[in-house]
Design a protein around this ligand. Structure first.
Ligand code: ADP
Length: 873
């Protein structure tokens, strides 16, 4: 290409230069082509053949991959779902009429965070665009916008925010895309990308608080943001303004359904950081993608997408205000007590479409005919749904019912306008019902009567020519024509003009037929243009009810969630928790809501008596597999469920408000991240110790495990002391450990209590009873567990020998070396006075003359002795 790029390619380079970070779909006739690196990505991600054509600017062959124009949506959807941005550049004039090169323009920018097409929205869950505005003094403002539903909020906290909090928000809301200012530090984008997020840099001026504020006010039609609770929060406002501007630009629309925003102060919600959300498997499971094993999976039996989204937002942000929680619980209790109303409501909801997203598409102007049908069917249910509630209902239900507007006029309007079985796409035509628009009906008549005329014409011509098999047919190339088979050609009248010869005969036309054809074609052209106009008009008219539709959708979501929570309560025997402002967590017969479902029978319920000023810290010992972590997680999940407004799996539960749940769980350290296990552990621990408050709940599973015994033990003990000294009350702490030395803290620190998981020792076997008992265990049964797991005898026997040696060493050295008892079969009676006869006997034992079994038996007897002959505690 010695003359440089062709005019079309010049257009391409211009468009590409404006969107360097997106894949450019460039229309060339019936295809969208992608070039260069874009083509390589498209070929790889969509499994499309990569070819090449011409030469690029540097004279290299230009890679090329194209998809057919009519199938582009599917390909674009796949790219966007994989996290790519796509820019569509269309031919915007008729190539036949173009003088020179066809004009092309960027008509759409599709990014993962701003998709709105139903075909592209992968899941019914919320799909957030996140914006991050780093502010003064290290504070960070964030905003979340779901373009598909119009949901818009900023989140803010009282103090400055750090990256860790940002990451928690990413985990909490898992946005599809995030925008940050062009000039923001690389560290920010790197942190966000590490969460698997698509991060786009967006121009700085969009993040200026002043311009953001005026854009938001203009969008909402207000003159201040005071009503949204974020007037003072510059960072949050900047982020919200940038998100809105970005969404408007990519959508090329005013997005009228985004009509306000809310401010989520973290002071109103229980804080669940990323680590805790993960460790407790609230919305995602640690090991696999199976949803069933998350709390969300266990609780979300909602019937609608609106309910499902709301359920998730309840789960990830439980409340702190006992009254607000009480109002939710009242609503759930109502449905527990009215199983008929619940069942009826749920069966209505079952057939309810995603009104919220359809409303979003209506205001965006791209709602399809089937969307409108779904909308009509959904809102037609509302009166019947409201009629289910004739008696007095709790406040939250009443509010929801009141928020559901009477939309029968809208339903009637759609019913009059749209046929009962409309096509999926508006451009297919045929969706407007007869009688809705007189002009449309007239054109339809013209086209039908034209077709009738063709029928009659065929009959007349058959009679006139005597050709019985004469046919008038239609194809797209020739339009209408008269078809005569070879055998009858001699009967063809003179005035027939031949148009085409086929294998079987000839095709003709005559002026009369041509005229009619032109008339029909014009009518049909006008028909499709007019129908599209009428439809677009109709969608514009419906846009006026978008705020009502949104309010109704939200109300439906609430009813759905309360009924679903009641459904769980009834099915799984949950009880209403007592919520109070106190430092207590009192649970009778509490169960793990997820684990109990995975077991047919036999889940052992356990009690909890935490009280910040009495039983503040529970040190829980017990063998591996005894049930420690299941128990501790269950306590945390119960608090989360209670504060989100759900009933809980227990016979009784009193929950003193928990402001924040912290977890440090050892088992799942991600080896892939490259950080040492111990470093990860210490980072997480530091976060806990720096942020814990007297109202928090702390779950620590095996801390100090990732380092040497001595280090680990010292850290573990120091942490307990720190948490104990944190305040006169709280933070409530559950601490599972293998460091038996920690049990000695019970006497030394006032609010520390020992617990262990009971086992039944049959002599040869250990049976886990999974029952929590006050006091410390004296055994750890590590070797028994190893045997149960099928570790070869040789190894377990050798373990016993090492164990004995270690014990002797220890006793010689004064018996005070902290040790990691995971592999210990028995406790050596630490803390027992050296004058104990057991110690004397131990010292005298001839170890090299004993078999392992004899050693074991002796140890057993010695231990009894050490414990004053009373056997085990
Ligand atoms: P630990 O943390 O003490 O090693 P886990 O809490 O992981 O033990 O429990 C081990 C297994 O025991 C779990 O996988 C679970 O199936 C079972 N389990 C735990 N708690 C109970 C319980 N209360 N009732 C019945 N089974 C339980």
């Amino acid at each position: 290409m010695k003359d440089g790029p062709s005019p079309a390619m010049k257009q391409y380079y211009t468009a590409k230069a404006a969107h360097p970070d997106a894949i450019l779909f460039f229309q060339m006739g019936d295809f969208y082509e992608t070039f260069g690196e874009d083509a390589a990505v498209v070929a790889r991600e969509l499994d499309i053949v990569l070819t090449s054509r011409g030469r690029d600017k540097d004279g290299e062959r230009m890679p090329l991959a194209g998809v057919p124009h009519h199938a582009a949506e599917g390909y674009i959807a796949r790219l966007v779902n994989k996290g790519f941005k796509v820019v569509v550049c269309d031919q915007v004039e008729d190539p036949k009429k173009a003088k020179g090169v066809v004009k092309r323009d960027v008509v759409r920018v599709i990014t993962p965070g701003t998709v709105i097409d139903s075909s592209m929205l992968g899941s019914p869950g919320a799909q957030y665009l996140m914006a991050v505005a780093p502010g003064k003094k290290g504070s960070i403002g964030t905003a979340f916008l779901d373009v598909s539903t119009g949901e818009f909020f900023v989140s803010a906290s009282d103090g400055g925010r750090d990256y860790a909090e940002l990451v928690s928000e990413v985990v909490r809301y898992h946005p599809s895309e995030c925008i940050v200012p062009e000039s923001s530090p690389d560290a920010l984008a790197v942190r966000l990308r590490a969460q698997g997020l698509l991060v786009s840099r967006y121009r700085d001026d969009a993040f200026l608080p002043e311009s953001a504020r005026s854009l938001l006010c203009e969008q909402f039609g207000t003159n201040s943001l005071g009503g949204y609770g974020c007037e003072e929060l510059d960072g949050a406002v900047a982020a919200a303004g940038a998100a809105l501007r970005y969404a408007r630009e990519t959508q090329r629309s005013e997005l009228a359904h985004i009509a306000g925003l809310s401010t989520r102060l973290s002071a109103r919600n229980m804080a669940l950081d990323a680590i805790t959300l993960r460790n407790l498997e609230i919305t995602k499971s640690i090991r696999s993608e199976a949803a069933g094993i998350t709390l969300q999976g266990a609780l979300d039996v909602t019937e609608t997408s609106m309910g499902s989204r709301l359920m998730r937002s309840f789960l990830i942000a439980p409340l702190l205000d006992p009254e607000a929680i009480g109002r939710r619980l009242d609503a759930v209790e109502y449905f527990v007590g009215n199983p008929m109303a619940r069942a009826d409501l749920r069966s209505h909801l079952d057939r309810c479409g995603d009104i919220e997203r359809i409303a979003g598409r209506i205001s965006y102007g791209n709602a399809g005919p089937r969307d409108l049908l779904t909308l009509r069917e959904s809102i037609e249910r509302i009166p019947a749904l409201k009629d289910l509630f004739t008696d007095e209902t709790p406040e939250n239900i009443r509010e929801a019912l009141e928020a559901m507007s009477d939309l029968s006029a809208t339903a009637n309007f759609i019913a009059r306008a749209i046929v009962d079985e409309p096509p999926a796409l508006a451009r297919s035509g045929g969706m407007i019902r007869e009688g809705f628009c007189a002009e449309l009906d007239e054109l339809r008549n013209l086209s039908t009567s034209g077709k009738d005329w063709i029928g009659q014409f065929q009959q007349q011509e058959r009679e006139r020519t005597g050709i019985k098999s004469l046919k008038v047919s239609y194809n797209r190339v020739f339009g209408y024509f008269i078809e005569v088979t070879r055998a009858n050609l001699h009967l063809v009248p003179e005035e027939y003009e031949r148009r085409q010869t086929t294998a079987n005969g000839e095709r003709y036309t005559i002026p009369k037929l041509r005229e009619k054809e032109a008339m029909i074609a014009t009518a049909e052209d006008r028909l499709s243009v007019l129908e599209a106009e009428v439809y677009a008009d109709l969608v514009r008219t419906l846009a006026a009810c978008v705020p009502e539709l949104q309010a109704t959708a939200r109300a439906i979501g609430h009813l759905d969630v309360y009924a679903a929570l009641a459904e769980n309560a009834a099915r799984y025997d949950y009880t209403r928790p007592v919520i109070e402002e106190s430092g207590r967590i009192v649970v009778r017969e509490g169960r793990h809501p997820v684990v109990e479902r995975s077991m047919e029978v036999g889940f052992v319920p356990n009690d909890t008596d935490l009280d910040g000023s009495g039983n503040q810290i529970m040190i829980i010992t017990g063998a591996n597999m005894a049930g420690k972590s299941t128990y501790m997680r269950a306590v945390a999940l119960l608090c989360i469920m209670a504060q989100m407004g759900s009933f809980v799996p227990a016979r009784h539960a009193t929950i003193g408000i928990v402001d924040r749940v912290f977890t440090r769980v050892g088992a799942f350290d991600d080896l892939a991240s490259g950080q040492s296990t111990f470093m990860v552990e210490m980072l997480e621990l530091a976060n806990i110790l720096n942020n814990v408050t007297p109202q928090s709940l702390v779950i620590l599973d095996e801390i100090g495990r990732g380092t040497s015994t001595l280090d680990g033990f010292s850290i573990a003990q120091a942490v307990v002391e720190f948490l104990h000294g944190k305040a006169v009350t709280g933070p409530r702490t559950l601490f599972a450990t293998h460091f038996h030395e920690l049990i000695e803290l019970e006497g030394k620190l006032k609010r520390v209590k020992n617990f262990h998981f009971a086992v039944k020792d049959t002599g040869r076997d250990v049976i886990f009873l999974r029952r929590l008992v006050q006091g410390a265990t004296d055994k750890s049964y590590g070797v028994h567990v190893a045997e149960l797991a099928g570790i070869p005898k040789k190894v377990t026997e050798r373990a016993l020998v090492i164990l004995k040696e270690a014990m002797v060493q220890e006793l010689k050295g004064g018996g005070k070396t902290p040790r990691y008892t995971q592999m210990l079969l028995v406790d050596t009676g630490e803390g027992v006075a050296e004058t104990n006869p057991a110690v004397e006997e131990l010292r005298a034992m001839k170890l090299d003359e004993m078999t392992p079994l004899a050693a074991l038996n002796t140890l057993h007897r010695l231990q009894n002795l050490a414990n004053g002959g009373n056997g085990r505690r």
